[in-house]
Design a protein around this ligand. Structure first.
Ligand code: PLP
Length: 352
């Protein structure tokens, strides 16, 4: 593990909130109000705090869902969702590029899970049809990311939602990399689907929100089910109430400071202008993958960039498929246009 050093082209702090004065002040104010550092227990025992509950009420209102549940991390939330909600006889259909945390949940799930070709709605439909024709009678669960973490590719959410409607499936959408960045007030790429009875979304708080934890947003019955059956939720110390205060403030920042998203859009456009000619993929998102292929070569290029003062990380299998090792270049408000130009100059020298 390297310490963060050099100009940030690798974090998920897209809106530059992690070190913002508003979040620091929110924590200081909460401490001054007597909010404790630690929760002291599980939410179902003494660890439940009004900061958690207020955050959840505000998040449900903000995202337009019946309910929200604050979990200690996106990893914990994804594993709870997939291991707890689908029941025996159901089928989980997941995009082949879905995050490791969803795989963790599926390993513990009570039903089978099948991988489906990336972003291929017809393939999801075919997989459901073939399961039904071989006797499947339970409920299909479609699990996708709205913006894929290593590719910056967007899921065809409207088509998947129509499919879920038609085939009586439930759509689980991981909005980890879209929350705060896209949609009205930063409500994400699934903003138009939030509130539907067959949609559950996951908003992580450690990326654009600059905090920690994750919010599961959806129907109240989903929240109640996770509270009562989600082992990772029940048997784990509740997240710090201070962090819940910070996330409440982060949601307010999303609504109050739309200029952060405008600045990020401009940076992404500048990055695409300078880095796409060097091989980075144009994704219209703050994630610009530059696929090199060979893992050793990828890591050597990343090291050369780090040596020149740019924090760019190489990503190898199994995080990405074999043969697609890449630089994952991310844009955040921790960098400026001059930094991108400087990175492009060095990249042009160190790439083959
Ligand atoms: C798509 C996706 N889902 C879930 C997670 C896990 O979220 P957290 O970092 O809050 O555990 C990540 C983090 O890398 C992610 O990229």
């Amino acid at each position: 593990m390297r310490m963060p050093a050099g100009i940030d082209f690798s974090s998920n702090d897209y809106l530059g909130l992690a070190g913002s004065s508003r979040l620091s002040r929110a924590i200081a104010d909460a401490l001054a109000r007597g909010v404790p550092v630690g929760s002291g227990g599980s939410r179902l025992l003494r660890g439940n705090h009004c900061e958690h509950e207020e955050l959840e009420a505000e998040a449900a209102e903000f995202f337009g869902t019946e309910a929200a549940l604050y979990c200690s991390s996106g990893f914990a939330a994804n594993s709870a969702l997939l291991s707890t909600l689908p029941q025996a006889g159901d089928l989980i259909l997941h995009d082949e590029l879905i995050h490791a945390s969803a795989h963790e949940g599926m390993r513990l799930a009570r039903c089978d899970a099948v991988a489906v070709a990336h972003n291929d709605t017809d393939a999801f439909g075919d997989a459901i049809a073939s399961w039904r024709s071989s006797g499947g009678t339970g409920r299909p669960w479609i699990a996708v990311e709205s913006l894929y973490s290593m590719d910056g590719a967007r899921a065809p959410l409207a088509d998947l939602a129509a499919l879920a409607e038609r085939d009586e499936a439930i759509l689980l959408i991981d909005e980890a990399h879209a929350t705060g960045v896209f949609g009205p007030d930063g409500r994400g790429l699934a903003a138009a689907l939030d509130g539907r009875p067959n949609v559950v979304t996951l908003k992580t708080c450690g990326k654009a929100l600059g905090c920690e934890g994750a919010l599961v947003c959806g129907p109240r019955i989903v929240r109640d089910f996770l509270v009562n059956r989600g082992r990772g939720f029940i048997f784990s110390t509740a997240p710090s109430p201070l962090m819940a205060s910070a996330v409440r403030e982060a949601l307010r920042i999303l609504a109050d400071e739309p200029e952060r998203r405008t600045q990020l859009e401009a940076l992404v456009a500048e990055a695409e202008r300078l880095l796409v000619p060097l091989g980075a993929r144009r994704t219209g998102s703050p994630i610009l993958p530059l696929v090199i292929g060979d893992p050793a070569h990828t890591m050597a290029v990343a090291e050369a960039l780090q040596g020149a003062g740019f924090d760019v990380r190489g990503i190898r299998p199994p995080t990405v498929p074999e043969g697609t090792s890449r630089l994952r270049i991310s844009m955040t408000l921790n960098t400026g246009p001059g930094d991108i130009a400087a990175l492009a100059d060095v990249l042009a020298e160190v790439l083959p």
